[in-house]
Design a protein around this ligand. Structure first.
Ligand code: ADP
Ligand code: MG
Length: 338
């Protein structure tokens, strides 16, 4: 007797959602990334009870047509890549076409979107099922509201931590997004109160000040370095401004916030012996490279990537930080290179 069945879309979306949507901050991440990919200059994030009750992300990006609004919620439906070659040259943050389908399958979702040149669309989806679709007048942009997250996946709901923990995850994410995109004005509101704001004037140091305070911002050194394959810019703190963990080191590659052991290590080695043992600097480093040199298709939700020339990247970053410390006369001029 045959036993194998093809799972219905609703169920496979729910299974995929387990990977993409771990907690409220994962929803916020996916929605912000979509807003960035839509070319927004302003992104507003509203939360009730750390997103456990409500998450709303509004942008002034390109919006969607009525037909695309429906397609956007199909699994593997994306406007960002069309073929295999493009997968290896991804310039957008998204490309899997999984996020909206996943989020909609485990929540009550409402989207209002407009391209600005035709009437907009409003659509409601409950647990992956479209329950209402109508015309909507709205200016260009998109607003997505996610309520009752995980209402139909009780185990996941139970696993969520306190409002305090969840808002911590969300704030960390919003901070990194604002650092990664200083050209975008971010606003974040929690339970009706504005808790974060970035000016969107392309002044990274101002965003650093918003997040880490004036004292830290005043102690940051500007770093700029160019090699054949990499353009590196950002700010690294003077060695006296240290923290007890690595979470104050933000790495952004091609506009994407990532975590990477090798680059962190390169930065730390660049400080030479200036950092006390067990202490870590405040760093915001933006590295731009040909997308061909980086594989972002490692995990649907994680901030992991792979570099094809990792050793070269390590050397460039380490030398850049070293040179900067040296130029500050923080490292004595004995042997230029180790
Ligand atoms: P991906 O981002 O990987 O393409 P998503 O499921 O996140 O997949 O989104 C599906 C599609 O919906 C996107 O490719 C994009 O065309 C459209 N979309 C989603 N969010 C927005 C938005 N805020 N503004 C405009 N288009 C959007
Ligand atoms: Mg996306």
């Amino acid at each position: 007797m045959n036993k194998i069945v093809q799972l219905p879309d609703e169920l496979s979306n729910k299974i995929a959602a387990g990977e993409v949507v771990e907690r409220p901050s994962s929803v916020v991440k996916e929605l912000i990334e979509n807003s960035i990919d839509a070319g927004s200059s302003w992104i507003k994030i509203e939360l009730d009870e750390a997103g456990l009750r409500l998450i709303r992300v509004t942008d002034d990006g390109e919006g969607m047509t009525a037909e695309d609004t429906e397609k956007a919620f199909f699994r593997h439906a994306t406007s960002k890549i069309q073929n295999e070659q493009q997968l290896f040259r991804v310039k957008t943050l998204g490309f899997r076409g999984e996020a909206l389908a996943s989020i909609a399958s485990v929540s009550h979702l409402t989207i209002r979107t407009s391209t600005g040149d035709q009437s907009g669309t409003e659509m409601r989806i409950h647990g992956g099922e479209i329950i209402e679709k109508q015309k909507h007048t709205k200016r260009r942009g998109t607003e997505i509201t996610v309520e009752n997250l995980f209402y139909n996946t009780p185990a996941r709901l139970k696993y969520l931590k306190t409002v305090h923990t969840e808002i911590g995850h969300i704030m960390d994410l919003v901070n990194r997004m604002a650092l990664a995109h200083d050209e975008i004005r971010f606003e974040c509101h929690h339970n009706g109160k504005r808790i974060f704001f970035s000016p969107g004037n392309k002044k990274l140091l101002q965003v650093i000040q918003q997040i880490y305070g004036k004292n830290v911002a005043q102690q940051m050194l500007s770093l700029e370095e160019e090699s054949l394959d990499y353009t590196i810019r950002g700010y690294v703190a003077k060695p006296e401004v240290t923290r007890s963990n690595r979470s104050y080191m933000t790495l952004i590659v091609n506009g994407r916030y990532i975590k990477n052991y090798t680059i962190n290590k390169a930065i730390l080695e660049g400080y030479h012996t200036l950092l006390p043992i067990g202490r870590f600097p405040v760093v915001v480093l933006k590295i731009d490279m040909d997308p061909y040199l980086i594989d972002v298709n490692v995990h649907p939700a994680k901030t992991e990537v792979r570099f094809s020339k990792e050793k070269e990247l390590f050397d460039v970053v380490k030398q850049a930080v070293y040179n900067l410390m040296h130029a500050q006369r923080l490292i004595p001029d004995v042997s230029k290179k180790e």
